[in-house]
Design a protein around this ligand. Structure first.
Ligand code: GSH
Length: 251
């Protein structure tokens, strides 16, 4: 059997990885995955990405880092199924919404909520800082949702057809759901509508099913478990144990 075209490094729980996986899935591309958390990447991982972050995409001899760069790369290589709006102004706005998610929801949902409640305890055996978590849940996330609500249409996806904007919003807010933080559809109906429509995409549901199935599997065993579930797991992994903190931004 020929090797898959693309090799992606990064775990199913990362919203940045999820974005890249959604691009691969929605564009119908052949890929394999080394589903490691960045914290367990070995020295070879660090050589690929000196920031020690996921996702990393490997296309033959080319290494592409950063989810936004990866998504744009896949769009440029495979424009047949467009995932950016056709209109230049809409495209800029879609990229901005992606950046808002990467930057602000990255800080609030990934680091102050998901990392605090999950990763910190599971990988590093450290307690959640409940104050940080509560502030993110009660103040910072609602403010970010208010902004998103002001930017979205009343119906449909953000720009007609599904695009990088919807995929970003849905990917990050999936991590809020993972720490039991749902978007109140009364207060943020537009955001909730985009979430409902994007989460219902078969590609999204497929990734969520894999993620859910291994949520309680110890990290060193996740490769084997995912392979058994039919995920396209690569034969080789850059994962190692114990985890290290890397170029950590927030403690
Ligand atoms: N700008 C990067 C951010 C990626 C990122 O921060 N990924 C997280 C996983 S959710 C990570 O690898 N964190 C490890 C770290 O910052 O040490 C992208 O869009 O890919």
């Amino acid at each position: 059997m020929p090797a898959p075209r693309y090799h992606i490094i990064g775990n199913y729980f990362s919203p940045y990885v999820r974005k890249a996986l959604l691009f691969l899935e929605l564009k119908g591309l052949d890929y394999e995955i080394d589903p490691i958390a960045p914290f367990i990447g070995d020295d070879r991982f660090q050589q690929l990405n000196p920031l020690r972050r996921v996702p990393v995409l490997v296309d033959g001899a080319r290494v592409v880092n950063d989810s936004s760069v990866i998504c744009q790369y896949l769009e440029d290589r495979h424009p047949e199924t467009p995932l950016y709006p056709a209109d230049i102004g809409d495209r800029a706005q879609a990229r901005w919404l992606e950046e808002f998610c990467d930057a602000r929801l990255g800080e609030v949902v990934v680091w102050r909520m998901f990392f605090q409640k999950g990763v910190k305890r599971l990988l590093f055996g450290e307690a959640t800082d409940e104050e940080v978590f509560a502030k993110a849940r009660d103040e910072e996330l609602p403010a970010a949702l208010d902004y998103l609500e002001s930017q979205l249409p009343a119906d449909g996806f953000a720009f007609g057809a599904v695009s990088i904007a919807d995929l970003s919003i849905a990917s990050f807010l999936r991590n809020a759901a993972l720490v039991r933080c749902a978007v109140d559809a009364q207060r943020w109906p537009r955001v909730a509508g985009v979430l409902e429509r994007t989460w219902a995409l078969p590609a999204f549901a497929k990734l969520v099913a894999l993620e859910t199935a291994i949520a309680r599997t110890p990290v060193p065993e996740q490769h084997v478990a995912l392979r058994a579930l039919g995920a396209p797991v690569s034969a080789e992994t850059l994962g190692t144990w114990p985890p290290r903190r890397g170029v950590m931004r927030i403690e």
